[in-house]
Design a protein around this ligand. Structure first.
Ligand SMILES: C[S@@+](CC[C@H](N)C(=O)[O-])C[C@H]1O[C@@H](n2cnc3c(N)ncnc32)[C@H](O)[C@@H]1O
Length: 220
């Protein structure tokens, strides 16, 4: 079964695949090609933070050595789809369902973190937890790939996760109306730099107002 059929199967079970199957396939390719361009190798350990139904897992599980793909996903339905329908059927997926962005649960130092389509839904406090997690549970040379919507305004100051449950159903409506949050660009850069990290930025070409940040320890 190919990638589109696998996502279609997951979508029919309630998997979050984005706006359409083609979107899931494109996002999956962009996530993986970004990881490759940043130097992901099969022996690296990758933590997919909020892995959903597996847009990141699809290629990562096929590429990484057995036991090197880890995922945190609190929604048990998404995780089940990721494991049973989308990821490499021959590889074990190591997962946890905590909602605290607690990366210590695996007792592993990660070479890569994938945080895709997460900071576009979460409060500042969750971003801070992720950044602290990179510092504590990343190898000295780790890279984190995280997408968000930047704003010159103050951005989202709420405390709650924001997500349109409609995304879990078949395609409806104008995607621009779906719930997402913006974060102030300067706040984001300062939060990253405060931890001794540096960053580079490029466009998420699938949703092109979203930016993709590559974060690593400064000086590396
Ligand atoms: C918009 S989806 C993105 C999924 C995936 N990264 C992708 O690109 O397909 C956001 C995911 O984050 C998960 N999530 C929500 N709160 C979370 C938390 N506190 N920790 C980890 N994941 C969370 C949701 O269940 C959902 O699957």
């Amino acid at each position: 079964m190919n990638i589109a059929n696998r996502f279609e199967k997951g979508r029919n079970k309630g998997g979050f695949t984005g706006q359409a199957n083609a979107h899931a396939v494109a996002s999956s390719a962009l996530q993986f090609s970004t990881l490759l361009e940043e130097g992901l190798k099969p022996h690296h350990k990758l933590l997919d933070v909020g892995g959903g139904c597996g847009r990141g897992a699809y290629w990562a599980t096929r590429y990484l050595n057995e036991g090197n793909y880890f995922v945190i996903e609190p929604d048990s339905k998404q995780l089940e789809i990721l494991k049973s329908d989308v990821s490499d059927p021959n590889k074990v997926v190591l997962s946890d369902g905590n909602k605290d962005f607690d990366f210590s649960v695996f007792n592993v130092k990660f070479d890569f973190f994938l945080v895709w389509s997460m900071w576009s839904h979460c409060p500042r406090t969750d971003i801070e937890k992720c950044l602290n997690g990179f510092a504590e549970h990343g190898t000295p040379e780790f890279k984190a790939i995280a997408t968000y919507f930047p704003s010159e305004e103050e951005g989202y100051l709420g405390q709650k996760w924001v997500e349109d449950l409609g995304e879990k159903k078949p395609v409806v409506g104008n995607p621009r109306r779906r719930k997402r949050v913006f974060h102030n660009r300067s706040w984001m850069y300062q939060a990253i730099e405060r931890r001794g990290f540096s960053y580079t930025v490029f466009d998420d070409l699938v949703i092109n107002r979203r930016k993709c940040l590559i974060i690593k320890r400064r000086g590396l």
